[in-house]
Design a protein around this ligand. Structure first.
Ligand code: ZZB
Length: 258
């Protein structure tokens, strides 16, 4: 699986994360949360960054001045992909629990919301991507269901309501909608992030319709088909130093070319 890993730079740590990192990272280094995505063309619509509250994250040294917050598993993969200065064995500078990252303020490259908060999502898998997920509720049904839930039950989740209420701006026009994920969530009567089966169906529909019939509504490739714009946005992000290629060894054996 070939992902685009984004670099969301930490602007302000949540207090518990600041404690966990104290004295472990050089003062002048930048630390990034690095969500892995298959939809770089949707980055204009980022509204928050999800971590699994019960997952454990490492802060890994990518170079003298750059550190990445990702799962140990992702770091081990990255160490063999020329992503870190040092090849082979990742260098872990600190460890932090997902729950302690909640509330951290990070940049969101390309987004209409230049800075977003780190928020909890229980369904983030430790076994996929980097364990960090950037949230695009306009085009991801899972993300729409989760931000809706977070805004509804902010106290329960220990967050500020306004962190989950950033405006959801249309990014991609498809034949049915320019806010495909909210449209599908309503249509399939999805009420919560726990409606796993319907969410899976909504995700598949959103991927298909977005990719084959979507047209960019915003950004440098406005008016172009998603299919065409996707690699261009990815290239732009990478060129600007806001992202890098990250690939994941397949879990299952999938043969497409025979
Ligand atoms: C931004 C984005 C915007 C995403 C969108 C999807 C969509 P997959 O494998 O088919 O589920 N993701 C990445 N890592 C994890 C994880 N560890 N746990 C849970 N979810 C994760 O697709 C991968 C997508 O799942 C990634 O792309 C990421 O969310 C999320 F508009 O990043 B995506 C219709 C989907 N739209």
């Amino acid at each position: 699986q070939e992902y685009t890993a984004l670099k969301l730079k930490v602007v302000e740590w949540a207090p518990k994360a600041a404690d966990a990192l104290k004295g472990k990272i050089p003062e002048d280094a930048s630390v990034y949360l690095c969500p892995a995505t298959l939809r770089p063309e949707t980055m204009y619509g980022q509204v928050c960054c999800f971590v699994g509250p019960s997952l454990s994250y490492g802060v890994f040294r990518a170079s003298e001045k750059e550190y990445f917050v990702i799962t140990e598993r992702a770091a081990r993969n990255m160490a063999y992909q020329g992503i870190f200065e040092k090849e082979g064995v990742p260098e872990k500078a600190a460890e932090v629990k997902g729950s302690d990252l909640i509330g951290t303020l990070v940049t969101a490259p390309l987004s209409f919301h230049p800075q977003v908060r780190v928020l909890p999502m229980d369904t983030v898998l430790a076994t996929k991507g980097t364990g960090v997920v950037t949230s695009v509720p306009s085009d991801s049904p899972d993300d729409y269901a989760m931000v809706t839930e977070l805004a509804k039950k902010a106290d329960f989740y220990g967050i500020k309501k306004e962190w989950a209420e950033l405006e959801i701006i249309p990014i991609i026009q498809t034949p049915t909608s320019d806010l495909l994920a909210p449209h599908l969530v309503k249509k399939l009567k999805i009420n919560s992030p726990k409606d796993a089966k319907q969410l899976q169906e909504a995700k598949e529909l959103a991927y298909k319709e977005g990719f084959y019939q979507g047209v960019m509504k915003v950004g440098d490739f406005k008016g172009e088909k998603v299919e065409v714009a996707k690699p261009k946005v990815r290239e732009q992000l990478i060129k600007n130093g806001d992202a890098f290629a990250y690939s994941e060894p397949e879990n299952k054996v999938v043969s497409r070319s025979g």
